[in-house]
Design a protein around this ligand. Structure first.
Ligand SMILES: CCCCC/C=C/C(=O)SCCNC(=O)CCNC(=O)[C@H](O)C(C)(C)COP(=O)(O)OP(=O)(O)OC[C@H]1O[C@@H](n2cnc3c(N)ncnc32)[C@H](O)[C@@H]1OP(=O)(O)O
Length: 398
């Protein structure tokens, strides 16, 4: 698009102007509005030349801006659009023609000035965006148990209790739900869940069961079942591609919900463990449905009933994990891949996810409600109470 030779003209007039370029359907170019002041400096031949060479050094500014630059360049060098309109199927040339034609009879000098101003604005914003801010500065406020960041069209939700192996407290369940709801509405293309430290997550924080309200243990089981159902529903309903970056071992609910993710990348150090019978509990996160579907009923039963722990390679062979990366290069390889995916057209990705997932949503919600009801009862059982007490009194570990 920018390979044409440039010719240079001297600017000799100035006036207030407002240009509107209509939306180009093929490239989604919104209306362009350029405002210039009468007092602005005129662009000299040298300014224009320098803008022309500057533009080649800029980071790719995206189609919308490229079209603006193209149109202004053509107007500045050739005047009003003077070529036949390309056919409807010649999408790129039609978008370029539309952008140029929309400048109407804008004087060449004004187009050249607009070009210089646009390039100057792009240069300063690209200078500031090339300075990478530390993660602490990019962190979204309002989360105590998570670090939530958004950049490169990726919202990253990182569980952040490394000293407790990212065990999920009540507060963390609530914050993950909030972060997912915010990510579903923000302008990111994809969303990632990951863990800080050596674990992805050790699952439900077992001390959640110790905080019994005055209404009694039944009430605690009831409110926990509601929390569980709401938490899992957020994953069922999440509208954008959702990726788990499993940086280390994963236990319990952090494993079961993986069946609701679109992609699961695992470090070679990760393991996948669902020891529900050991804990006197039963499967959740829709795993009673997704795991048999993903890996077949026999393999699913070994994990969900007998608590067989899978290595990353085994989980990948059974279809729970998309791909395993060596731990030494895990972060680098995964984030390079995700940055490339995040540049794909976001609406197309969202619709593809809908087409893949929507027909199962109602079913998954019903399964989630049923699993939550079963657990509500399990939490009141002696088997569960003893297992939790054994862990909390240091008598047992997985
Ligand atoms: C309300 C919704 C409920 C949804 C239902 C969900 C169900 C599940 O997720 S079931 C799975 C529950 N998880 C577990 O049973 C794991 C229990 N943890 C362990 O067995 C071990 O901690 C370990 C194997 C995960 C790691 O062992 P190790 O490497 O030896 O590290 P430590 O045990 O010393 O752990 C460090 C620190 O973190 C605490 N911790 C780890 N996991 C949990 C946990 N799930 N709940 C509570 N606390 C946990 C551990 O107690 C240590 O604490 P400090 O001793 O205070 O340092």
């Amino acid at each position: 698009m920018f390979k044409e030779k440039y010719s240079i003209l001297v600017c000799n007039s100035w006036e207030q102007l407002e240009i509107s370029v209509p939306v180009c359907s093929s490239l989604q170019v919104p209306a362009l509005q350029l405002h210039m002041s009468k007092t602005a400096m005129r662009a000299s031949q040298k300014d224009f030349e320098s803008a022309l060479s500057q533009v080649k050094r800029l980071k790719d500014p995206g189609n919308e801006v490229k079209l603006k630059l193209y149109a202004l360049y053509k107007q500045a060098t050739e005047g009003p659009c003077n070529t036949p309109k390309p056919g409807v199927f010649d999408l790129i040339n039609k978008a370029k023609w539309d952008a140029w034609n929309a400048l109407g009879s804008l004087p060449k000098e004004t187009a050249r000035q607009n070009y210089v101003d646009l390039v100057s604005g792009l240069s300063s914003s690209s200078d500031s965006s090339s300075q990478v801010k530390p993660e602490a500065d990019r962190k979204q406020p309002g989360y105590e148990t998570l670090v939530v960041t958004s950049e490169d069209s990726i919202t990253k939700i990182m569980m952040n209790r490394p000293a407790k192996k990212n065990a999920i407290t009540i507060q963390m369940y609530n914050e993950i739900m909030l972060a997912l709801k915010a990510a579903s509405k923000d302008d990111s293309a994809i969303t990632v869940l990951t863990g800080n430290g050596d674990y992805y997550s050790s699952g439900n924080d077992l001390s959640n069961f110790t905080d019994i309200p005055p209404e009694g243990i039944e009430e605690k089981a009831k409110s926990s079942a509601i929390l569980l159902r709401d938490f899992v529903d957020c994953f069922i309903d999440f509208p954008k591609p959702l990726i788990a970056v499993v940086n280390g071992p994963a236990v319990g609910i952090s494993v079961t919900i993986l069946g609701l993710f679109d992609t699961v990348y695992a470090s070679s150090r990760a393991t996948f463990h669902t020891p529900f019978s050991h804990l006197g509990q039963s499967p959740e996160g829709c795993s009673s449905y997704t795991f048999p579907k993903i890996m077949g009923p026999a393999k699913a039963a070994e994990m969900l009933i007998f608590g067989k722990k899978l290595t990353a390679a085994e989980a990948c062979a059974q279809g729970l994990v998309t791909e395993v990366f060596p731990d030494s290069t895990f972060q680098k390889e995964v984030w390079t891949r995700l940055k490339a995916y995040s540049k794909l057209p976001p609406n197309a990705m969202r619709i593809s996810k809908q087409v893949i997932r929507n027909r199962e949503k109602e079913k998954l919600r019903a399964i989630n409600a049923e699993e939550s009801r079963a657990l509500q009862e399990r939490w009141l059982s002696d088997e569960c109470t003893n297992a939790v007490m054994n862990f909390l009194t240091r008598k047992a570990k997985l």
